[in-house]
Write a protein that binds this ligand. Sequence first.
Ligand code: 5GP
Ligand code: ZN
Length: 112
Amino acid sequence: MDCIFCKIVNGEIPTKKVYENENMLGFYDVSPQAPVHILLIPKEHITSAADISKENSLVVAHIFEVASKLSKELNLSDGFRIVTNCGESAGQSVKHLHFHLMGGRNFSWPPG
Ligand code: 5GP
Ligand code: ZN
């Protein structure tokens, strides 16, 4: 399958990893939009948040657990944001489920 994030998972595309275990990966976004901008992804190809189901949702819980751990390690105690863009209107550009973990600056609400 021609998926950038599957290629990152199998090592075809190099990336700066911050966390890895058997079912998920965390790495730095190539185009950071905040001082800390990490992508957390399942190794399994799940297209978007709309495809999370009872069968594959355990990795999502794990991703949030790791996000919490990384927020402490990266000193984001002032606050951080976890975002997943799902589908065209939300601006999802990579069709492999990913959660942006962003911090180190202020964020506005509601998002644009
Ligand atoms: P989306 O727009 O789908 O919510 O987020 C996709 C993110 O993936 C973007 O923030 C983009 O900068 C990042 N990205 C796209 N290609 C690569 C890549 O090859 N390596 C890394 N590290 N990040 C990428
Ligand atoms: Zn993929």
